[in-house]
Design a binder for this molecule. Structure first.
Ligand code: FES
Length: 576
C-alpha cells in the first residue's frame, strides 16, 4: 500500500464525480455513456493517459498496444484510466519544423490535465519534441505524472553493416551526392535504418531527452533504454500504470521530483552521454517551468568536468539497444555517481542512490570508464564572442579536430531558401577553408529554429573529398548529425544579432579551446551595417505562427513562450 497523503475527498476528480446534486449525476451519466459501470470509476483516482500517437507519428506506432498495457496496470492498482490524445509532433512530417509545435504540445498537455477530472497523468512520448513538450506541460500543471518513453527502434542492418538512424543516413547521403553510391543502394540502405516502431536509435534528440527525463526521475528508473518492441517495454508500461495510481495517493508531483539538483544531474548526464545539442534548449525550458534557473553556463561548466563515456553514434559507434544490454542508464549514472546528487527522488519513490544499487556495466566498450572515455571532458562547448554575445554551441566531439581553431572567410546565405538555391552552384566562390554562414534560421527567423544547422557541404567540395567545414547558424542541428557546426547563435539574426550583419568575405575566427567565436570586422564598420540593417518581413500574418513569433524566447532561454515560462498560478476549473 502506498504511503497515503491524500484522502479520497482531496482528489481533483472528486470535484467532478462527487459534485453535489445534478452536477455529479451528470458526470456519472456521461461516463456511463461509454459503457462503464459505477463500480468501474467510483471512488478511484482518475489517470489521464496523454498519448502522442497518430498515423504520422511513426516512431509511436506501438502506442495503441502500450496504452492497453498501461490501462491494465492502472486498473490493477485501483485507478480509472482515461486516454487523451494530444499533439503527436511528428519529427519526420511536421514542417517547417517540429520545434514550432513543441510549445503547442506543452500548452495542450497542461490544459488537458487541468481541464479534465484527472488526478495523475501518464505521459506517453519519445520522438524528439514530445518528451520535452509533455514534461513542460505536466510541470506547469503539477499533478502527479510519470513518463513512459517510446523506446528506441531496432538497430538498422544492411548487408554487413549496422546502421544508426540519421547518422548512417547522413553519411550515405553525402556519398550519394558525391556519386560514390547509386540511387538503388542509397534507397535500400536508408530504408534498412527503419526496421521497427520506436525512436531513432542513435544518441539523437529522442534518445537524449528520454534518457535525461529518466535522469530527472520522471520515468521508472532505467526505462529509457528499453527497446520499443521488447516485451520488457510492455512490462514497463503496465508497471508505470500501476505506479501512477500510488503516486496520486502519495501526492508525488513533478515539482517534488524535478528539483534544481535533479536538473543539474541531467546536465551532468547529458555530457556523459554526449547528448543532442537540442537538449540545452529543452532542459532550460523545462527548468524554467518549475522556476529553476538553468543557463548555458551550467552546461559549459559541466562539460569541463565530465567526459563522454557512452560510445553511441554519432560521437561513437554503438546504438541504444547496445546501451541497454551494456547496463543501461543506471550503469552510466553509476560511473559518474561522484558528480551526481544521489538524494534526488524518482517517480518510484526511491532516491537516485537507491536506484543505482545493483547497477553493472556489462560491456565496457559501450559504457566506458572515466579513465577510458570516448572523448575527454569539453565535448560540448559554449562559445561567446562578437558573433555570439549571448552564446552559441558546438559539439566538439562530433567535429573535425583540425577545424577547431580556424579563421576563414564567410560565405553567407541570407536564409535556407537562398542556401538551397546556391550551395551546389559550380560557380560559388568557396573553398574548404571558407566558413559557411546561414542567417535567419533562428526561433523567430525561420521560424521555429529548424534543424538546418548541419549545413550541406557544396557538391564540388564533396567531390574533392571534403567532408567537414566550419558552418555557423542560428538554427539547431539534429542530434544524429555531426560536423564542425556552430549552432544556436544568440541573439539570432532576425532580431538584430550580429550574425545578420555578416557579409561574404568577412573573416570569422572559431577558437574552440578558448570558447570564442568572433567576427573580425571593426566596430565602426559593424555600426554602419547595423544602421542600414532591416529585419526581413514576418512569415506569418495571423494564427499560431504569428503567436509563436510574437512570444518565443531566444535559444539561451529555452525557446518557450514568454507567457508560459513566467511564474504564476492558474485557478482550478469551476465544475458545473
Ligand atoms: Fe522520431 Fe527520430 S524521427 S525519434
Amino acid at each position: 500500500m502506498p504511503d497515503r497523503k491524500k484522502t479520497l475527498d482531496e482528489l481533483r476528480s472528486q470535484r467532478w464525480f462527487s459534485a453535489p446534486g445534478t452536477i455529479g449525476a451528470h458526470k456519472h451519466r456521461r461516463i456511463k455513456q461509454a459503457g462503464f459501470t459505477t463500480r468501474d470509476f467510483k471512488d478511484k483516482p482518475v489517470i489521464g493517459i496523454l498519448s502522442t500517437w497518430s498515423d504520422f507519428q511513426t516512431c509511436h506506432s506501438h502506442f495503441p498496444q502500450r496504452i492497453e498495457e498501461i490501462k491494465r496496470g492502472i486498473w490493477q492498482a485501483g485507478g480509472f484510466p482515461a486516454v487523451i490524445p494530444v499533439q503527436s509532433v511528428s519529427e519526420s512530417f511536421l514542417r517547417p519544423t517540429s520545434m514550432l509545435y513543441r510549445n503547442l504540445l506543452a500548452i495542450e498537455a497542461e490544459e488537458a490535465i487541468r481541464a479534465h477530472p484527472i488526478d495523475g497523468a501518464v505521459l506517453l512520448g519519445g520522438c524528439d519534441k514530445t518528451g520535452p513538450g509533455l514534461v513542460m506541460g505536466a510541470a506547469s500543471a503539477n499533478v502527479p505524472a510519470i513518463f513512459v518513453p517510446a523506446g528506441a527502434m531496432l538497430k538498422g542492418r544492411w548487408r554487413e553493416h549496422t546502421l544508426g538512424t540519421g547518422s548512417s543516413t547522413w553519411a550515405a547521403e553525402a556519398d550519394y551526392r558525391a556519386g560514390k553510391i547509386n540511387q538503388r543502394e542509397w534507397t535500400a540502405m536508408s530504408e534498412a535504418t527503419v526496421r521497427s516502431p520506436g525512436t531513432c536509435n542513435t544518441m539523437g534528440t529522442a534518445s537524449t531527452m528520454t534518457l535525461l527525463i529518466d535522469v530527472l526521475g520522471l520515468s521508472l528508473p532505467g526505462a529509457s533504454t528499453i527497446p520499443a518492441v521488447d516485451s520488457e517495454h510492455m512490462r514497463m508500461a503496465s508497471d508505470a500504470g500501476r505506479r501512477i495510481v500510488d503516486m496520486v495517493w502519495e501526492d508525488l508531483k513533478p515539482s517534488d521530483i524535478v528539483t534544481l539538483a535533479a536538473l543539474k544531474n541531467a546536465v551532468i548526464a547529458d555530457m556523459a552521454i554526449s547528448g543532442s545539442t537540442n537538449s540545452l534548449i529543452h532542459l532550460i525550458a523545462m527548468a524554467r517551468r518549475l522556476g529553476h534557473d538553468l543557463s548555458l553556463d551550467s552546461f559549459a561548466s559541466a562539460s569541463e568536468i565530465v567526459p563522454v563515456i557512452c560510445n553511441l553514434m554519432p560521437a561513437g559507434k554503438y546504438l541504444m539497444e547496445d546501451l541497454h544490454f551494456a547496463g543501461g542508464l543506471m550503469a552510466v549514472l553509476d560511473v559518474i555517481r561522484n558528480e551526481l546528487d544521489l538524494s534526488c527522488r524518482s517517480v518510484n519513490g526511491h532516491t537516485l542512490g537507491e536506484n543505482l544499487q545493483g547497477a553493472i556495466v556489462f560491456d565496457a566498450d559501450v559504457i566506458r570508464s572515466l579513465d577510458n572515455p570516448v572523448f575527454p571532458s569539453g565535448a560540448l562547448v559554449v562559445l561567446k564572442g562578437t558573433l555570439a554575445p549571448r552564446g552559441a554551441i558546438l559539439k566538439r566531439s562530433a567535429a573535425d579536430p583540425a577545424l577547431l581553431d580556424h579563421v576563414g572567410p564567410a560565405v553567407v546565405f541570407r536564409n535556407n531558401e537562398d542556401m538551397m538555391a546556391r550551395i551546389d552552384d559550380p560557380d560559388l566562390d568557396i573553398t574548404p577553408d571558407s566558413v559557411i554562414v546561414l542567417q535567419d534560421a533562428g526561433p523567430v527567423g525561420a521560424p521555429g529554429m529548424p534543424e538546418w544547422g548541419m549545413l550541406p557541404i557544396p557538391k564540388k567540395l564533396l567531390a574533392q573529398g571534403v567532408r567537414d567545414m566550419v558552418r555557423i547558424s542560428d538554427g539547431r542541428m539534429s542530434g544524429t548529425s555531426y560536423g564542425t557546426c556552430v549552432l544556436h547563435v544568440c541573439p539570432e539574426s532576425r532580431v538584430g544579432g550580429p550574425l545578420g550583419l555578416v557579409r561574404d568575405g568577412d573573416l570569422i575566427r572559431l577558437d574552440a579551446a578558448a570558447r570564442k567565436l568572433d567576427l573580425l570586422v571593426g566596430e565602426t564598420e559593424l555600426a554602419a551595417r547595423r544602421e542600414v540593417w532591416v529585419s526581413p518581413p514576418p512569415h506569418y500574418e495571423r494564427g499560431y505562427g504569428a503567436m509563436f513569433t510574437d512570444h518565443v524566447l531566444q535559444a539561451d532561454e529555452g525557446c518557450d513562450f514568454d507567457y508560459l515560462a513566467r511564474p504564476g498560478v492558474n485557478p482550478e476549473p469551476e465544475v458545473h
